[in-house]
Design a binder for this molecule. Structure first.
Ligand code: PLP
Length: 402
């Protein structure tokens, strides 16, 4: 703090791109005595949650719930469907794509990247071209991130499905929705995704520690042939136990109460309204950044993320020093920078249980921090964001997203 105070008043502005702030309702829902995870009350909870979560992934097929962070669900997607030496096509959208690729290598797969400069999402035409080259169909899976959390670039999942179909390629299609699910439109069944990887701690507004695999019939059939070793991650064991309302091991009971509440809250607000709210936050944030005269990392508007805006620092200004200063003076956290942009940008997360006023507060803190840090910028970014929010609020929510 600017003074020597050891107490910070007010709520922390958690503007990292997840974990996101926990709604009090979810905290209350999880504040329950532990029940027997092999008892009838638990079986009812499991069945409710397993049905409910399908409405978030927009699937009629099973969704597997892991007591693990998103990284676990990444591993589960690969080890349940693939065999040692299988080729996997991935798109180098940023740090998280790089981590998933590294995992695939460690598991004995042969991943291959379509490179990018980390400033765009996955290009369907590039995926189609790679698949067309693979006449022998040795590529067994195409893996993309719907939203690359490290850069704030969204990839067009439905168009990538079309590209795979246009190439007449039989590869499985796997999509990571960890920082997009329950924040922007996503349709597992309609978009023909075989495995969707999800996480609890972002759009679902839950603590970290729970993750998901939504699976298609094709993925379940591939699982029967898959030779990679699996034990904890086995879909088969999970699905067998889930049928009777249980898990093969002790699940995170209280997280499941939280998940039930989260699903109810998302439907009370209405998924379309949730998506419109995130689009409004994203557009308002981009207008603020442009108002400050700073550059948005995502360089092509068609890939703009509805949940994260990464802001490039002017030459000679350190993003980590800026983040530290903002934390010290305004009790706000931003996402750090990775890899080729380490120290060169900060990420504003605008997802989860926040509203227009939260966002304006966060952008106000950012404008003040830019001034205190001596980062060259223009005044008026927050005003531009507020003007946009006012005009968007004056229109119906659906129109505001367009
Ligand atoms: N994939 C994406 C897109 C992410 O944003 C993250 C984490 O933020 C992960 C995977 C890894 O998830 P976790 O940190 O929960 O293991």
């Amino acid at each position: 703090m600017a003074s020597n105070s050891s107490r910070t008043a007010g709520r922390h502005f958690l503007q990292i791109p997840g974990p996101t702030p926990l709604p009090d309702r979810i905290l209350r829902a999880m504040d329950m005595p532990i029940i027997d995870h092999r008892g009838p009350e638990f079986a009812k909870l499991t069945k409710r949650v397993l049905e409910g979560i399908k409405t978030i992934f927009k699937t009629a097929k099973p969704v597997i719930v892991y007591t693990a962070t998103g990284t676990g669900a990444w591993e589960a997607a690969l080890v349940n469907t693939l065999s040692p030496g299988d080729r996997v096509l991935m798109v180098e959208t940023g740090q998280f794509a790089a981590l998933w690729k590294k995992m695939a290598e460690k598991l004995g797969l042969v991943p291959e990247f379509i490179p990018t400069d980390w400033r765009i999402g996955a290009d369907p035409a590039a995926v189609e071209a790679k698949l067309r080259e693979d006449k022998a169909h040795t590529i067994k899976a195409v893996c993309v991130l719907h939203n690359e959390t490290s850069t704030g670039c969204l990839s067009p999942v439905a168009q990538i499905r079309k590209a795979i179909d246009a190439a007449k390629h039989p590869a499985l299609f796997m999509v990571d929705t960890i920082s997009s699910l329950a924040s922007t439109d996503y349709r597992h069944d309609e978009w023909g995704v075989d495995v969707t990887v999800g996480g609890a701690q972002k759009g679902l507004m839950l603590p970290p520690g729970m993750s998901f695999n939504a699976v298609s019939d094709k993925a379940l059939a591939a699982a029967k042939q898959s030779k990679l070793l699996k034990s904890f991650w086995s879909w088969e064991d999970m699905l067998n136990m889930n049928k009777i309302g249980f898990f093969p091991y002790t699940p995170a009971t209280n997280m499941l109460y939280g998940l039930a509440e989260s699903i109810d809250m998302l439907h009370e607000e209405g998924l379309e309204n949730v998506f419109a709210r995130h689009h409004r936050f994203a557009e308002a944030t981009r207008r603020a950044v442009r108002g400050w005269g700073l550059e948005i990392l995502c360089r092509d508007p068609k890939y703009y993320s509805p949940t994260i805006t990464a802001v490039l620092m002017p030459e000679g200004h350190d993003a980590d020093a800026f983040r530290n200063l903002a934390l010290e003076h305004f009790n706000i956290s931003y996402g750090m920078s990775f890899g080729r942009f380490a120290g060169k940008m900060f990420r504003i997360g605008h997802l989860g249980d926040i509203n227009d006023a939260t966002l304006v507060g966060a952008l106000g803190a950012t404008e003040m921090a830019l001034a205190l840090a001596g980062v060259p910028h223009k005044k008026g970014g927050v005003q531009a964001a507020m003007d946009y929010i006012k005009s968007a609020q004056a229109r119906p929510a659906r129109a505001a997203a367009e």
